[in-house]
Design a binder for this molecule. Structure first.
Ligand SMILES: [Zn+2]
Length: 322
């Protein structure tokens, strides 16, 4: 393993540093460096990572972390806080979920490979330099350009000590919905969990944009996450997203069986009853091909935006309480 590019032990107590790490040895002549902040408080432990911009078309977490890196006073902090606003700069500039060089999905590439594709190398760099060593990780995502989502948090179904800590942290965010998951291989949060790090993954916003509501939701939940770890006290003002009793949910997808024009009749956040019309698909001449109805009662958690659709693509995802 390569020597670490930075060491938090070299940073003084009550300090704020802007640092960067760089993917080494990539022969594609692409310089890839990731800026990040390290805030060391009155004590060095615990350690938490706040990270956003893993996907290049998700921005709500980016804006909140840029603010929090300046707003949190190290003198009021207990522990060491690492803040990465944009984990995947090239995808950010390309405004795409995937890395523009290898089309890799960074959040399916962890723990990475130092000799692999550029996404695998970036995952390896982030994992070694910025993920390992933490007690907790908040991996902040949004839905991409194709859908809107209601704020919720995912955590892995895992009975290990770190898995139980992650589940407790997920409930502490005060969101309406928490979704225990069997995550696919390659997620940063799953790889972190396997190293004993309590990692959770919220989803806020979408459409490749920033909104006031999304900013409020992410800022509030990030402070609640840090307060749960007793790293900061919640600020007296500004936490204006209401604390909600969290429902533990599972999901059901409503998928298209045909290609054509989608007309959608529900929005993210809508309650739906079993059999309620979710959308219709017609062919290019306007002949009706399909009606999509809710297979069960639930809440629309994710709603597709693009009205051109292909078979197998998701029109909506319903959350329902277990
Ligand atoms: Zn994402």
């Amino acid at each position: 393993m390569e020597r670490q590019q930075w060491d938090p032990a070299n940073l003084g107590l009550c300090s704020r540093s802007l640092l960067k790490v760089e993917v080494p040895g990539y022969t594609g002549n692409i310089r890839m460096e990731v800026p990040f902040f390290v805030l060391v408080g009155k004590e060095r432990q615990p350690r938490a990572l706040l990270i956003a911009g893993v996907h290049g078309d998700e921005y709500e977490g980016v804006a909140v972390l840029q603010d929090l890196a300046r707003e949190i006073d190290p003198h009021d902090l207990r522990g060491t806080l690492t803040i990465v606003p944009v984990a995947n700069p090239q995808a950010f500039y390309a405004h795409t979920r995937r890395h523009p060089v290898d089309l890799g999905d960074l959040n399916r590439s962890f723990p990475g490979n130092p000799n692999g594709t550029i996404s695998e190398r970036l995952a390896d760099l982030l994992f070694r330099e910025l993920v390992l060593g933490n007690d907790y990780v908040l991996s902040m995502h949004c839905w991409g350009q194709e859908a809107t989502v209601i704020p919720y948090v995912e955590h892995q179904i895992d009975e290990s000590p770190a898995g139980r800590k992650a589940a407790a942290a997920a409930l502490a965010l005060g969101l309406e919905f928490a979704h225990p998951y069997q995550w696919p291989e390659g997620l940063m949060a799953l790889s972190a969990l396997r190293h004993g790090i309590a990692a959770i993954e919220p989803e806020v916003g979408g459409l490749g944009t920033l909104t006031e509501a999304g900013h409020r939701a992410y800022r509030t939940m990030t402070y609640r996450f840090l307060a749960h770890l007793q790293m900061v006290a919640p600020p007296e003002t500004g936490l204006d997203a209401p604390y909600q009793k969290t429902k533990i949910v599972e999901h059901t997808d409503c998928l298209a069986s045909h290609a054509g024009l989608l007309r959608r009749y529900v929005s993210a956040g809508d309650p739906v009853s079993q059999g309620q019309l979710i959308g219709t698909i017609c062919d290019l001449a306007g002949e009706n091909l399909e009606e999509i109805r809710a297979p069960r009662v639930g809440t629309v958690a994710i709603a597709r935006v693009f009205s051109s659709i292909q078979p197998g693509e998701r029109i909506a995802q319903l959350f329902w309480e277990k």
